[in-house]
Design a binder for this molecule. Structure first.
Ligand code: ADA
Ligand code: CA
Ligand code: CA
Length: 188
């Protein structure tokens, strides 16, 4: 579903998914459930878990995700594709279980700004800056305030995961404030 530029869609906490795009959530190149054009907002929705959650939400420019909940993250929860100066704002919301990443940052020179977000269940990574995207290089910015990590930070094999992946060689910067990390695993 495409949310056109500069429009807001409020789903009233309905649960939304799409027909499976792959046989395995690890598959790259799956379609998103929601594509947000520049300036679009998505509010009050539950993204279906597993294959019906596919590649979650794609943000093509500025966008706002308010009270978006992922019940079981498939490939990843939300991807920022917007470029220089664009901001993806995430206000409230949660993600449960992410065997790979929650926030995937591909656009270059843009920011993901997160306020009051929670994770539940095992997650491997909270935010990952792309190292091999066609829009290669950076910098990419994360500003995340008020994040609570309730489950373990682990890879699917049970070994330690890691919450933030920055490419310091591209000048990435992550600013985190007021985080509560409850499920720290040895090795993090
Ligand atoms: C992996 C992959 C990237 C990009 C990303 C994504 O990190 O290496 O090229 O596809 O996933 O957007 O899911
Ligand atoms: Ca991926
Ligand atoms: Ca992806």
């Amino acid at each position: 579903m495409t949310i056109p530029a500069n429009t807001t869609r409020d789903y009233g906490f309905q649960r939304i998914g799409i027909v499976a795009q792959a046989s395995n959530c690890d598959d790259e190149g799956q379609k998103p459930v929601f594509k947000l054009e520049d300036g679009a907002s998505l509010k009050n929705v539950i993204i279906a878990g597993g294959l019906n959650g596919s590649d979650g939400v794609h943000c093509e420019g500025n966008c706002t995700l308010e009270n978006v909940h992922w019940e079981d993250v498939c490939e990843d929860a939300a991807t920022m594709l917007g470029g220089s100066g664009k901001i993806m704002k995430v206000i409230g919301g949660s993600a449960s279980h992410a065997s790979d990443k929650i926030f995937q940052h591909n656009g270059k020179g843009s920011t993901i700004q997160i306020t009051n977000f929670s994770t539940y269940g095992d997650v491997q990574r909270f935010w990952a800056s792309c190292g091999n995207c066609s829009s290669n290089g950076g910098p990419r910015y994360l500003v995340a305030t008020g994040v609570t990590i309730n489950g373990k930070v682990v890879k699917p094999d049970g070994s330690a995961g890691y919450l933030l992946r920055l490419n310091s060689n591209y000048g990435d910067k992550a600013t985190i404030r007021s985080w509560k990390i409850k499920g720290w695993t040895k090795g993090n």
